[in-house]
Design a protein around this ligand. Structure first.
Ligand code: 13P
Length: 253
């Protein structure tokens, strides 16, 4: 079991319009009725919903995060959004380097590193994603790939407070497939080792390591019980309050 306060974060990706506030309301209500102590909960909706959602959740148990940001504060960058704007809208964290951004927008580790620093500049937590593709896994390259991503995408100023690492094997995302508990254990232990070596016991040991990729209520308990798994980054199963609550309650003792 993790010694860090777990974080269960939902990444809604490009899903949800204003009516989806109903699910958010159901989630908050569920957490009020049936509290799960000692777990942080976050929803990262599409950018259009950050402001209304953060206003709805003010003072409540559900934090609101964003899914990406530009590296700059402001400027001639049509269609982009800065970390400062996301903070102004009420976000408390930004996912950076999700594999869908890496694949669909050719994002490099160097760019992700800058985006993490932009998140910090705006006073927000950077949730930095790493993870291997299926091909890399089959060639036995998982640990090499993840280590390289950590080295290059995690900036030097990372602390337990300003950074969360999400290990999301690309092949497990949206596929219904998950690594074995042993594989998750192996990768998370390796990530922890790398972080402790680089940032020391307190910061590297305190940084939360989330697992992401086909997490659902039925597999959450065993995945969340793995040493050095400090929570989950959940896609599909975070869209419905009942499904997401099922994952969060896996932390109920
Ligand atoms: P799924 O939970 O839908 O597999 O998505 C995981 C993910 O990409 C979260 O960022």
């Amino acid at each position: 079991m993790s010694k860090n306060t777990p974080l269960v974060a939902g990444n809604w990706k490009m899903n949800g319009q204003r009516e989806q506030a109903l699910e958010l309301g159901k989630l908050a209500e569920g957490l009020d009725k049936n509290p799960v102590e000692g777990v942080d909960v976050m929803i990262c909706p599409p950018t259009t919903l950050i402001m209304p959602f953060s206003e709805l959740m003010k003072g409540g148990k559900v934090a609101i995060g964003a899914q990406d940001c530009h590296t700059l504060v402001s400027g001639a960058n049509t269609g982009d959004i800065s970390a400062e704007m996301l903070a102004d809208a009420g976000a408390t964290a930004i996912i950076v380097g999700h594999s869908e951004r890496r694949a669909d927008h050719s994002e490099s580790d160097a760019l992700i590193n800058e985006k993490a620093q932009a998140s910090w500049r705006a006073g927000l937590v950077a949730i930095i994603c790493v993870g291997e593709t299926n091909g890399q896994r089959q060639y036995g390259l998982t640990l090499d790939v993840v280590r390289r991503q950590l080295k290059n995408a995690v900036p030097d100023g990372a602390t337990a407070k300003n950074t969360v690492i999400a290990y999301e094997p690309v092949w497990a995302i949206g596929s219904g497939l998950t690594p074995t508990v042993e594989d998750v254990d192996k990768v998370h232990n390796d990530i922890r080792k790398v972080l402790v070596e680089r940032f020391g016991d307190s910061e590297g040991g305190g940084m939360r390591l989330l697992y992401g990729g086909s997490v659902k209520a039925s597999n959450a308990k065993e995945l969340m019980a793995v040493e050095n798994v400090d929570g989950a980054l959940v896609g599909g199963a975070s869209l419905k309050a009942d499904d997401f609550l099922g994952i969060i309650t896996s932390y109920k003792s």
